[in-house]
Design a protein around this ligand. Sequence first.
Ligand SMILES: NC(=O)c1ccc[n+]([C@@H]2O[C@H](COP(=O)([O-])OP(=O)(O)OC[C@H]3O[C@@H](n4cnc5c(N)ncnc54)[C@H](O)[C@@H]3O)[C@@H](O)[C@H]2O)c1
Length: 250
Amino acid sequence: MKFENKAVFITGGGGYIGGTAARMFAKEGAFVAVCDINQETVDKTVNDIVNEGGRAIGIALNVTNSKEVDEAVLKTVETFGHIDIMVHVAGGSARARSRMLIDQTDDVIQDIIGVNMFGGIYASRAAAREMVKAGNKGRIINISSVVALNGLRGHADYAAAKGGLIAMSRSLAKELAPYGITVNTVAPGIVQRPGETNDAVNTNFLGEKCTAEDVAHVIMFLSSEEAHFITGQTYVVDGGRGLAMKGTDV
Ligand SMILES: NC(=O)c1ccc[n+]([C@@H]2O[C@H](COP(=O)([O-])OP(=O)(O)OC[C@H]3O[C@@H](n4cnc5c(N)ncnc54)[C@H](O)[C@@H]3O)[C@@H](O)[C@H]2O)c1
């Protein structure tokens, strides 16, 4: 199995993309620390993994609290002996609270930048400290969005947070390169969550729906041995959505 005995720390592990990645890593032999603010979905992901014969622990945490993130990483190392892969998936846009920036409130801006960007910085830092200490050539992956690269009306706060993750990851890639640790970002387009009914198929040139598995496959590639020479990069998974130009689609 590809990730036999690797320890993976995933934030947002109770969500659609994070939960899917957690289950896929476990199927490939990894030990998974499933971290999320939602205890119920943490338990669900952990139970799914354990019921399929995998090994996982669940940690309820708020990624905007660096102390909780540090403690969760330490618990992962205590439990599994090491941390090899950190994937920061927790986050999302303001959804119903999204507004044009001129109408947006401080609370929402701070929430969105908090979970998406501060969460990624704290989790990357905590994981990197343990990887460096152990001399472990680990992998750090932050989930961004095509919104960071292309912009989206009503989502300036989210774009800033996701763009900040890309910028942070590029600098961290340089800082950690001497240790053989790679740092990359994955930028999905629209990934329709279960129960959502948006017209996702018509937002990309392939005319297909992007699944959480499509994103998780890229996360797993960047986490693999084969990707050891890739660092500081952003992998876009959007069916060509970001190729569009205003006024034309050819
Ligand atoms: N779904 C998409 O279309 C899409 C597109 C581009 C990027 N993304 C990014 O992918 C990631 C996962 O999205 P998803 O579609 O799986 O959404 P999701 O809502 O299913 O998952 C997000 C998870 O983050 C958790 N979370 C929220 N705040 C937290 C906090 N403060 N501390 C810890 N956990 C917290 C939630 O409980 C949830 O389980 C997000 O970062 C999102 O911005 C999603």
